[in-house]
Design a protein around this ligand. Structure first.
Ligand code: NAP
Length: 450
């Protein structure tokens, strides 16, 4: 089997394939290649989870155990669509699962969204997580900045913007990120949610964490707390909503602490324009009011906020995979329970999807397991319907990569790179410091001298 993408979605699918009782009962040896365009495994755990979330990063330990299993082979620095096409995968694998995730920002279609100083959250997250394919420099401009969105990504971005750069020195951040964040002069971060407090998508733990940053206090505005009957019902029905609302209400009635930086949470403000001539100088929002069923409607009242940068955290989108249909609006590969569908909505034999490229960027990392269960279950149920690979020999696949001069990395190579990153961290009492350059990662992983 071939799996494209080594984030949690791809790795969980691999795990389930190796443990599948039907395949085991048939005595079929399951051999899996996980192909990854980056030289390193773990996808968004390495390049999406914020550096100050070590608890979530620990998932890497569980993923490591899976990649360490016999029968699973990690091949990094191999880009589907560039180094390999669908025909190549079909030649070497009986079935292929796409687990390529969501790697770009959903566009915000309002005037000024393309002004300098208007940033997609994905780009900022990739930068602070030292993704090898984004520029190492980022000017974290402004004293007042806006973050649009009320999900956990908006919360991550707002927290990093408000936080003391030195408080990240116990994480795996690289020097360029530390220096970029140290240079910031931000005193006020304004987060804008278009709906009300009962419709916010962030989770309570992440919300509370905002107020625990040294030197930062969260400010909320009671006039934003309008709750209609449906919002009250939503509070009753969901513990998450109940806790979020309680936390926010408690913040609304306390006295300000007078911290040096403030993180303002605004609700019922929908962005209508990013203002500025040559670069961002403000954000215009429309006041919204509850309209039943969790929806909101505009009140016709507009507010201009003076900010020097805007971070758009309104959700991610997947990217098209060469040779497969793509749903541009949802940013997913069209599928039915993970069975990838052609333009006539018929399953393409032997081609599957799992994770965010299958169902969109919703849910926490753990939710990807249930998703993989469905995809793998369908793949196993369908196995009689797809033709076996003409050339399943694992060595012959490596030969193909070599013929195409693809400098691929391996599981052993990743472990070498990981040991190197740990050795960079050790003198500073840090668990690891990431290597940022792709060339350097490849060189270390391939054991080549520099
Ligand atoms: P999300 O949870 O879907 O939140 C997107 C936010 O953007 C929503 O508040 C949404 O508002 C808003 N939005 C969408 N379009 C908008 C528009 N045109 N104008 C204004 N606001 C708009 O997505 P996410 O924050 O990108 O997170 C993706 C997933 O990753 C989530 O499941 C999240 O929990 C998870 N995640 C988890 C963690 C963690 O556990 N620490 C960290 C990061 C991400 P509406 O609700 O009104 O549409």
């Amino acid at each position: 089997m071939g799996i494209v993408g080594s984030g949690p979605a791809g790795i969980y699918a691999a795990d389930l394939l190796t443990k599948n009782e039907t395949l085991a009962a048939e005595g079929l040896p399951v051999s899996i290649d996980i192909l990854e365009k980056l030289p390193t495994p773990y996808g968004l755990v390495r390049y999406g989870v914020a550096p100050d979330h070590p608890r979530i990063k620990q998932i890497q330990g569980a993923l490591h155990k899976i990649l360490d299993k016999p029968g699973i082979r990690f091949l990094g620095n191999v880009e589907y669509g560039v180094d390999l096409k669908l025909e190549d995968l079909r030649r070497h694998y009986d079935a292929v699962i796409f687990a390529t995730g969501s790697d770009r920002d959903r566009p915000l279609d309002i005037p000024g969204a393309d002004l300098p100083g208007s940033h997609g959250a994905a780009d900022f997250v990739f930068w602070y997580d030292s993704h090898p394919d984004v520029s190492s420099s980022w000017r974290v401009d402004g004293s007042s900045v806006a973050v649009i969105g009320a999900g956990n990504v908006a919360v991550d971005v707002a927290r990093i913007l408000a936080k003391n750069a030195d408080d990240l020195l116990d994480t795996d951040i690289t020097d360029n990120v530390h220096e970029g964040l140290r240079a910031k002069k931000i005193t006020d971060v304004h987060v804008f949610a278009r709906r009300g407090i009962a419709q916010a998508k962030f989770t309570p733990m992440e919300l509370r964490e905002l107020d625990k940053q040294p030197g930062v206090e969260v400010i909320v505005h009671p006039e934003d707390f309008e709750l209609d009957d449906d919002s009250l019902a939503a509070i009753e029905e969901s513990n998450q909503v109940k806790t979020n609302v309680k936390v926010l209400q408690n913040w609304a009635i306390r006295d300000p602490r007078g911290e040096e930086r403030r993180l303002h949470l605004h609700f019922l403000h929908s962005p209508v324009a990013i203002l500025g001539q040559d670069r961002v100088s403000g954000l215009r929002t429309e006041r919204m009011e509850p309209a039943g069923g969790g929806r909101v409607r505009g009140t016709g009242e507009f507010v201009d906020h003076e900010v020097q940068a805007v971070y758009r955290a309104i959700g991610y989108l997947g990217s098209p995979a060469a040779g497969l249909p793509f749903d541009e609006e949802q940013g997913v590969v069209p599928n039915d329970g993970g069975r990838v569908l052609d333009l006539d909505e018929q399953p393409i034999p032997g081609v599957y999807a799992t994770g965010w490229i299958k169902r969109g960027p919703v849910g926490l990392i753990g939710h990807t397991k249930g998703d993989a269960l469905e995809t793998v279950g369908n793949l196993v149920a369908d196995r009689a319907s797809f033709a076996p690979a003409p050339d399943p020999d694992p060595v012959s696949f490596l030969r193909l990569l070599e013929e195409r001069h693809v400098p691929y990395t391996t599981w052993e190579g990743w472990q070498r790179l990981e040991a190197h990153e740990e050795s960079l961290g050790e003198p500073h009492g840090r668990k690891r410091i990431k290597v940022r350059s792709r060339d350097e990662m490849v060189r270390i992983a391939r054991g080549e001298s520099g």
